[in-house]
Design a protein around this ligand. Structure first.
Ligand SMILES: [Zn+2]
Length: 211
C-alpha cells in the first residue's frame, strides 16, 4: 500500500520520540524519503498535520496529532504515541485516514508528565482494586487511563481530572467498556480532583451493558 503524507509524519514523530518541531519533522521526513520530494512538500506536511489535529481550525476529522505548546509554536506531538520501554503495551488497530489508506494507531498509553504524575501520587496502586505490580527491580508498574478517551470520536482532554492510575486489567476493562466507574468506590488522593463529567461520559458512552 502506497504511503501517504500522514504515514510519513507519524513515522517521523515516532522516530523523534513522540513530538517535534516542524523543522525536525521536515528533516526526519527528508531522511526517510531520501530526497524523493515534491517542491511543495513542506506545505503538504503542514496541511496534513493541521487537518489531522483537533487542536487546529483546519481539522477534518481524524485526530492524529496534537499541538504540544499551543498552535503557533510549531511543535507537534503524535496523539497516540507509545514510546519504547516499560509502561507501554501497544495494541495495534487499523483506522482509515483517507479513502484508501490505513495507518496504525495504538491503545493510548502515553507516558506524559501528567501520566507519570498520576502514577506517582498513587505509588502505582490501582484506584479500583488497590493492586500494585512490583517489578523485579522493586519499582511499581501502573498505567494511566484517560476516562474520556483522547482522539476521535471522544476528544477527551489530556488533563489530570480526566486521568486514573490503574492496573493493566482495570485499564483494559475500562478501555473496552466492560465495567462502569463508581466514583464513590475509587481510591482518590486529596491532591487529585476527578471531574465527574468524565465519569458520566464513561458510564454513558464507553460502558456497554451485556446483551
Ligand atoms: Zn485494578
Amino acid at each position: 500500500m502506497k504511503k501517504k503524507w500522514a504515514d510519513y509524519i507519524v513515522e517521523a514523530l515516532e522516530e523523534l520520540g513522540g513530538s517535534a518541531s516542524y523543522n525536525e519533522i521536515y528533516e526526519k521526513i527528508a531522511e526517510i524519503r531520501r530526497g524523493n520530494l515534491t517542491p511543495q512538500w513542506k506545505a503538504s506536511v503542514r496541511q496534513i498535520i493541521e487537518s489531522h489535529s483537533s487542536d487546529s481550525h483546519n481539522f477534518r476529522g481524524i485526530d492524529l496529532f496534537y499541538s504540544v505548546e499551543g498552535i503557533g509554536s510549531g511543535v507537534w506531538g503524535l496523539r497516540n504515541y507509545v514510546g519504547h520501554g516499560i509502561g507501554e503495551t501497544p495494541k495495534a488497530q487499523d483506522i482509515n485516514i483517507s479513502n484508501n489508506t490505513q495507518i496504525l494507531v495504538y491503545r493510548i498509553l502515553r507516558d506524559t508528565k501528567i501520566a507519570r504524575w498520576v502514577k506517582s501520587i498513587y505509588e502505582h496502586r490501582c484506584q479500583i482494586c488497590s493492586y500494585v505490580i512490583t517489578l523485579p527491580d522493586g519499582t511499581g508498574y501502573a498505567e494511566a487511563h484517560h476516562i474520556k478517551p483522547l482522539g476521535n470520536p471522544h476528544l477527551g482532554p489530556d488533563v489530570k481530572s480526566n486521568l486514573l492510575c490503574l492496573c493493566p486489567t482495570h485499564h483494559a476493562e475500562l478501555d473496552y467498556g466492560v465495567i462502569q466507574i463508581n466514583l464513590s468506590k475509587l481510591n482518590i488522593d486529596k491532591r487529585h480532583h476527578i471531574d465527574d463529567r468524565y465519569i458520566a461520559y464513561h458510564n454513558r458512552k464507553i460502558y456497554k451493558s451485556r446483551s
